[in-house]
Write a protein that binds this ligand. Structure first.
Ligand code: PLP
Ligand code: ZN
Length: 402
């Protein structure tokens, strides 16, 4: 079992994980999983899929009966040859659309549910715009607990139709709420208080962050190629933290590539703060309201106040940055994803379409190449973080390419 403490970034106290914490119980600070050492052998070849990385994860299939709980496979890295030629870079897709519910959030789902069970949490209130909820619902239904009480924006009602297929009513209750992501998140906190349950925590939930770390471990230990840039769509920003953390926990933080976090123009608080050179997210960086856009369904978090300062520090360390793109740029990038045959074939085989979030990230790459900060010939890894959910994409945007 990897030995670790939960270390508070604010007061510095390290504690063993004797309960499910979403913040330091002493001072309310940000908790990180701090491993005692870099493992000599980070891969345990006796195990398949995500379990073989347990020497750098807070779970242990050698002593816990957890393999029956999950079957997440590693996801492939696919070279995007035609798109690379077009952009003058070397681009690769990390294809998270193959995950069981179609998004990378399945990684967060598994580790979160595992931590909750381990720490004997029976009920949890969760805010989600759909993808995280789907993943958590799936994991809780496989593992048979805990009971999850979701607060979901009414605007996502159609998006989560697919969720039903993954859950069992005994473990999942869905409450719709009229409001933005941030208002729904506040509603979740209120509901948790009234019911006497814990709230999931978002970026503060170290289990989610450790879950997404698996993606970085697969790149470092499985794929083994080094890239110049890691690029992803960003709302709360867990993935950027986790990609860096994979490097840190393997003792190669200094080899972490430059990272690019891409938001949509209509909701780009991190970009606003970053362009301002600010270490924290201030009121002036937060969009007053998020106007509806059919190109932005998930990346609509207005107040990532807890994560931005952490991500800003990491971006400064690796020479990374934030970028914002318009609806038109997202639309055009969505089409570019079908230039290579990979996603055309995925569609033919499974009916699965790439989501708007990876298109947003690709639009950031196109912009970065145009502005010159992504240089010709650089090797770029795009996190294709998820497939489209019902109603996310109008087929006419891409039908001529399929
Ligand atoms: C497919 C997809 N991509 C990107 C994101 C953004 O992730 P984060 O909120 O961790 O920045 C999400 C969040 O739900 C997502 O579902
Ligand atoms: Zn503390």
């Amino acid at each position: 079992m990897a030995e670790y403490l939960l270390r508070c970034a604010k007061c510095g106290e390290g504690r063993t994980e004797d309960a499910n914490y979403v913040a330091c119980p002493a001072c309310g600070g940000f908790l990180e999983v701090e491993f005692a050492r870099v493992p000599a052998n980070p891969i345990d070849p006796r195990f398949a899929s995500i379990f073989k990385y347990h020497p750098v994860m807070p779970y242990d299939p050698t002593v816990e009966d957890i393999q029956a709980h999950e079957d997440l496979e590693e996801t492939p890295v696919v070279p995007a040859r035609r798109l690379s030629d077009k952009l003058g870079i070397e681009l690769f897709f990390k294809d998270e659309t193959v995950m069981p519910t179609g998004t990378w959030k399945d990684r967060e789902g598994y580790v979160t549910i595992h931590r909750l069970l381990k720490n004997k949490v029976a009920d949890l209130v969760v805010f989600s715009s759909g993808n995280t909820a789907t993943s958590l619902a799936r994991s809780a239904s496989i593992v048979k607990g805990p009971r999850l009480h979701f607060v979901i924006p009414s605007a996502s009602r159609n998006r989560i139709q697919a969720l039903k297929k993954f859950y069992h009513d005994d473990y999942v209750k869905v409450h719709f709420f009229d409001g933005s992501n941030d208002e729904c998140s506040a509603q979740a906190a209120k509901m948790a208080k009234e019911l006497g349950y814990q709230v999931e925590g978002g970026f503060a939930n170290y289990a989610r962050r450790e879950g997404l770390k698996l993606l970085g471990l697969e790149i470092l230990l499985g794929w083994k190629q080094r890239v110049d840039w890691y690029v992803q769509p960003i709302a709360g920003g867990i993935g950027v933290y986790s990609f860096y953390k994979a490097h840190k926990d393997l003792g190669v933080a200094d080899q972490c590539p430059k990272m690019l976090g891409v938001q949509a123009d209509i909701c780009a608080p991190m970009v606003n703060a970053w362009k301002d050179g600010s270490a924290v997210l201030e009121e002036r960086h937060i969009p007053q309201e998020v106007v509806p856009s059919e190109f932005v369904r998930v990346l609509r978090t207005r107040r990532p106040v807890d994560s931005y300062p952490v991500l800003k520090t990491l971006m400064d360390r690796v020479g990374g940055r934030f970028e914002a793109v318009s609806d038109r740029q997202i639309h055009d990038a969505l089409r570019l994803l079908y230039l290579d045959e990979h996603y055309r074939e995925t569609y033919k085989r499974s009916g699965k379409l790439v989501g708007l979030e990876p298109a947003t990230a690709l639009a950031g790459i196109v912009k970065g190449v145009g502005e010159g900060y992504i240089r010709p010939g650089e090797k770029v890894l795009l996190n294709v973080s998820g497939a489209a959910k019902e109603g996310d994409i109008r087929l006419e945007w891409i039908s001529d390419l399929l």
